[in-house]
Ligand binder design. Structure first.
Ligand SMILES: NC(=O)C1=CN([C@@H]2O[C@H](COP(=O)(O)OP(=O)(O)OC[C@H]3O[C@@H](n4cnc5c(N)ncnc54)[C@H](OP(=O)(O)O)[C@@H]3O)[C@@H](O)[C@H]2O)C=CC1
Ligand SMILES: O=C(O)C1=N[C@H](C(=O)O)C[C@H](O)C1
Length: 255
């Protein structure tokens, strides 16, 4: 039985994880951590912050807010608990802290826990490399109206992968408005749409002379993110300290 501590248990993704983990006979949720512990009647104890958690878990799954990450990492280091973190909106400092922590504890981070988007990340990097600078690259991401961070973590994952293929020579342009300068071929435009209950859609457009390639991933349910996080949790409880992502699982399973 894998004992899980769920960080952000009362949020939208937290509730999805509670539902999915209750259906999994190999998992027990031993505790939750959330800003507002009293919000739901849970069958497990819920604490207002990581430091207050009394239970010991085999792993923590985190879908919360970037501002909570620092305290969570301190908890993981002091209790030597592996962490699967899906939270987006992380700063460079947050990433550095995660990488430092991974020297002592297994850490898994992916801005998108679906298998599909991880394949798309490879595809767009390859497309960028193949098409070169004569194709303009623009990314459009669409999410629900409750999302707090823009652009999405996945959009950053996609453009960073493309940029690497261009030896990091690209400049990210966030939306356009007014009488701005004309587009340069070093630009990658990134555009965020927010509305309704859109689960998550990412399109990368490669617009060239007289032809256009569009690669789109559409998430149809939040369950895919939850199931990916559960798969990641099962994976890192068997790993030594290090920094892991979806590719670590894909390579192992050759899905
Ligand atoms: N990697 C992936 O595949 C996916 C990642 N995400 C990411 O997961 C995160 C959560 O998404 P979602 O569930 O939709 O967001 P929600 O806002 O619905 O949930 C976040 C939860 O975390 C709580 N929280 C906020 N700050 C803290 C804190 N300092 N300590 C403890 N709990 C805190 C919130 O409490 P309160 O509301 O009271 O502030 C809320 O209950 C986002 O960063 C999102 O981008 C989402 C889907 C997929
Ligand atoms: O907040 C969300 O909902 C999502 N966030 C992640 C992101 O920022 O990329 C992943 C997914 O698209 C849903």
């Amino acid at each position: 039985m894998m004992k899980v501590i769920l960080h952000g248990c009362n949020g939208k993704m937290g509730r999805v994880l509670v539902k999915l983990m209750k259906e999994d006979p190999e998992i027990e949720i031993v505790a939750g951590i959330d800003h507002n512990p009293e919000k739901y009647m849970n069958t497990f104890p819920v604490y207002g912050q990581a430091g207050a958690c009394k239970e010991k878990g085999d792993v923590i799954i985190d879908f919360s807010h970037h501002s909570a990450l620092s305290a969570l990492i301190d908890y993981c280091i002091s209790t030597k608990t592996p962490l699967v973190t899906a939270t987006t909106g992380l700063s460079g400092e947050d990433f550095t802290k995660l990488v430092d922590c991974s020297k002592d504890v297994p850490i898994f981070h992916s801005a998108n826990m679906s298998v599909g988007i991880n394949l798309v990340t490879d595809l767009v990097a390859r497309a960028g490399k193949t098409l070169g600078s004569s194709f303009d690259i623009e990314v459009i991401e669409k999410h629900h109206n409750k999302k707090v961070d823009s652009p999405s973590g996945t959009a950053f994952m996609l453009v960073n992968a493309i940029n690497e293929a261009f030896e990091n020579n690209k400049e990210f342009i966030y939306g356009r408005h007014g009488k701005t300068d004309v587009r340069k071929d070093t630009h990658i435009g990134i555009h965020a749409v927010r509305g309704g209950t859109i689960v998550g859609e990412h399109t990368v457009i490669f617009a060239g002379p007289d032809e256009i390639i569009e690669i789109t991933h559409t998430a149809l349910s939040k369950d895919i993110f939850g199931l990916g996080a559960i798969q990641a949790a099962k994976f890192i409880t068997k790993q030594t300290p290090g920094f892991y992502n979806m590719n670590s699982i894909i390579q192992q399973n050759t899905i």
